[in-house]
Design a protein around this ligand. Structure first.
Ligand code: UT7
Length: 328
């Protein structure tokens, strides 16, 4: 079978206007700006307006990605939305987005791999284009995490923000595009990071509401240890598959969970901070939205040039992880 080279041909991001600073959070829980900045690197995050849901954020990011790619929504063959905060159980957020965009010829589905969802989506879309099944696929990472964040829990509420990033994937010239993916999961760690309520195991009830089980639960330090181990490891494995050395990386675009996790990955990969896209100080952790927002912002800032070698890497609930090597 002939395989076509596949790459990212357009990027876009959208974050809601409302800014929640660390000082705002000081009014809600027993915390302080100094603790949050030194332990996480986060200074502020965005919060969706009451009338905005995940598909609305995804829509704004997608419009920009389509414009950057120079194609219309009607030219899309498939839409994949990676999210853990869909507008509703079903229809999928991807279907809602398909309608908003008027992408009449596109198939559409959501993908659930928490913060690794965008990388999982890239690898799925890339395979479909490489085999010639599709020409253009829109991959979106979008979240309204504020809707599942417990603003009485200082262990988690300081971390999360809302936003969306989108990319259009298509064929690219030989030598460019995706060189390797590394995906992984360890379901035995599912208890460390989850939202237990509202599913088939624990349907919504007065009790599930009273137990606050519709909010994110996280065993922070356990997830932290996993993240430190897996970020560098997944990136190294993807590089090995791409037959590339870590010294060849021009830009690392990591999941924006915690500056200390990012720094540990930089140490392991022997990279300086200049070779890393960091924007968690302004947006916090946007789960599946973090990597595509950071990527779109790197492109906006002119930090990505033709021929640059990028490594995208993330980890999250599941537990899951994913890394991609792409030549721009
Ligand atoms: O994308 C999803 C994946 N999620 C992540 O990547 C998050 C990974 N985890 C982390 O980033 C870190 O574990 C946190 C930032 C969540 C927590 O940092 P930590 O250094 O692991 O702190 P800790 O949980 O060990 O807590 C240390 C202390 C505790 O006090 P005691 O028991 O030592 O007296 C906490 O109660 O800090 C306290 N603490 C806080 N203090 C002020 C926890 N949260 C806060 C807070 N403000 N917001």
């Amino acid at each position: 079978m002939q395989l076509y080279p596949v790459g990212i041909i357009g990027t876009g991001k959208y974050v809601p206007e409302r800014v929640i600073t660390n000082h705002d959070l000081e009014q809600m829980v027993d915390t302080n700006d100094e603790w949050i900045v030194t332990r996480t690197g986060i200074k502020e995050r965005r919060m969706a307006a009451p009338d905005q849901a995940t598909s609305d954020l995804a829509y704004h990011a997608s419009v920009k990605a389509l414009a950057a790619a120079g194609i219309t929504a009607e030219e899309l063959d498939l839409i994949i939305v990676a999210t853990i905060t869909p507008d509703m159980f079903f229809p999928s957020t991807a279907c809602l987005l398909q309608d908003k965009l008027g992408a009449k010829k596109a198939a559409a589905f959501d993908l659930s791999a928490a913060c690794s969802g965008f990388i999982y989506g890239l690898s799925t879309a890339s395979s479909m284009i490489a085999t010639g099944m599709y020409k253009h696929v829109l991959v979106v990472g979008a979240e309204c995490l504020s809707r599942i964040t417990d603003y009485t829990d200082r262990n988690t509420c300081i971390l999360f923000g809302d936003g969306a990033g989108a990319v259009v994937l298509g064929q690219v010239p030989e030598g460019r595009g995706f060189k390797a993916f590394e995906l992984g999961a360890d379901g035995s760690g599912g208890e460390l990071l989850n939202v237990r309520g509202g599913g088939s195991r624990m349907p919504s009830s007065e009790q599930s509401l009273a137990d606050r089980s519709h909010f994110i639960y996280m065993a922070g330090s356990e997830v932290f240890k996993f993240a430190v181990r897996i970020m560098g490891g997944a990136a190294e494995e993807a590089l090995r598959k791409a037959d590339m050395d870590k010294s060849e990386i021009d830009l690392l675009v990591p999941h924006q969970a915690n500056i200390r996790i990012i720094q540990s990955a930089l140490n392991r990969l022997n990279l300086s901070e200049e070779k890393c896209m960091i924007n968690l100080d302004r947006y916090g952790n946007v789960s599946a939205g973090s990597i595509p927002i950071a990527l779109a912002e790197a492109v906006e800032q002119g930090r990505v040039k033709e021929g640059d070698r990028l490594v995208l890497v993330g980890f999250g609930g599941g537990l899951t992880w994913g890394a991609a090597v792409v030549v721009w």
